[in-house]
Design a protein around this ligand. Structure first.
Ligand code: SF4
Ligand code: SF4
Length: 295
């Protein structure tokens, strides 16, 4: 089996559950542990999470990444991931005494908690399946509440459907990368930088896609560029397709006949983007050194 796990915390009950399994759990402002989970936040973000959060906060993706996240490595090949930045005590920067300040647009992992889930793919299977688990942490008293519902009902109540739907292709990409293991080799640094930008930073990625170098390499109609110029979700989906093309050679985006001749120019563009991303990372590292834990 190979797997990609959406972040979940330790204290995992080692039993695979079905969507129809009954869950005894309830979380509401009256519980004695209200906000406790947000004070121990280890939340990994998906591309769609970032779009929802930066829109909620009314800031750009670049600003969001700088202010609210820290980078981490998903695997030994250096595939970049993004987690919530926390205070020195480990609290989410978005929690207030009244609860989550971005509740309507809270990320996937926050919606699922205390249900853990992971997509798994058997070695020779063509499709992956999702397994569910319970996370039972001492500080979470929701497990002592009387309310009973199935995992499916709980997930419906948490509004995960949109998130599952829009996370699907990107998670599939992650799973594919993990399943491929050493067969695809370690992606070159330029591909890893493209991965970071096309997954998490829609503002930078948009500038990259609308650049003359990109347009000279890929054969897309003007109407497609018009949509990508305006719509984050379309851009995010396009980014996942581009990454599948770059990492696994899945050619779904037509290249221009003379694409190879303009590759050099495109590489120059990637170099510029790399410099920008590196600069942002260094700034972040400096920030972290002196950060006092406040946003
Ligand atoms: S985003 Fe909201 S629910 Fe998620 S950890 Fe932060 S405060 Fe808690
Ligand atoms: S019941 Fe659990 S999920 Fe709800 S606030 Fe308490 S610790 Fe968080």
């Amino acid at each position: 089996m190979s797997e990609f796990d959406i972040p979940f915390k330790s204290d995992l009950v080692p039993q695979s559950l079905e969507l129809g399994t009954t869950l005894k759990f309830s979380c509401h402002p009256g519980v004695s542990c209200f906000n406790e989970c947000c004070k121990h936040a280890d939340i990994i973000l998906t591309p769609y999470d970032i779009i929802r959060l930066k829109d909620h906060l009314g800031i750009t993706s670049t600003e969001f990444l700088k202010k609210y996240t820290v980078p981490y490595q998903v695997d030994g090949d250096g595939v970049p991931g993004v987690k919530f930045r926390t205070t020195n005590e480990g609290a989410c920067l978005l929690v207030t005494d009244e609860g989550c300040s971005v509740y309507k647009n809270r990320p996937t992992a926050c919606r699922y908690y205390p249900v853990g889930h992971m997509a798994m793919k058997a070695k020779d299977a063509t499709t992956e399946e999702t397994r569910y688990f319970m996370i039972q942490e001492d500080h979470c008293k929701g497990h002592l509440e009387d309310k009973e519902q199935t995992i499916q009902e709980f997930l419906n109540e948490q509004g995960v459907a949109d998130f599952d739907n829009l996370n699907k292709e990107w998670l599939h990409l992650m799973l594919k990368k993990k399943s491929a293991g050493p067969t695809v080799g370690t992606p070159p640094e330029s591909s890893l930088q493209l991965f970071f930008m096309a997954s998490y930073d829609m503002d930078r990625f948009r500038r990259f896609v609308l650049s003359p170098a990109f347009k000279n390499s890929y054969d897309l109609p003007d109407s497609a560029y018009e949509v990508l110029a305006k719509e984050d979700i379309a851009l995010m989906k396009f980014g996942t397709k581009l990454l599948k093309q770059v990492l696994f050679g899945e050619k779904t985006i037509p290249e221009k006949d003379k694409a190879w001749e303009t590759r050099l120019e495109t590489r120059e563009d990637i170099w510029n983007m790399r410099k920008e991303v590196e600069l942002a990372r260094r700034e972040k590292a400096e920030d972290d050194k002196y950060h006092d834990g406040e946003p």
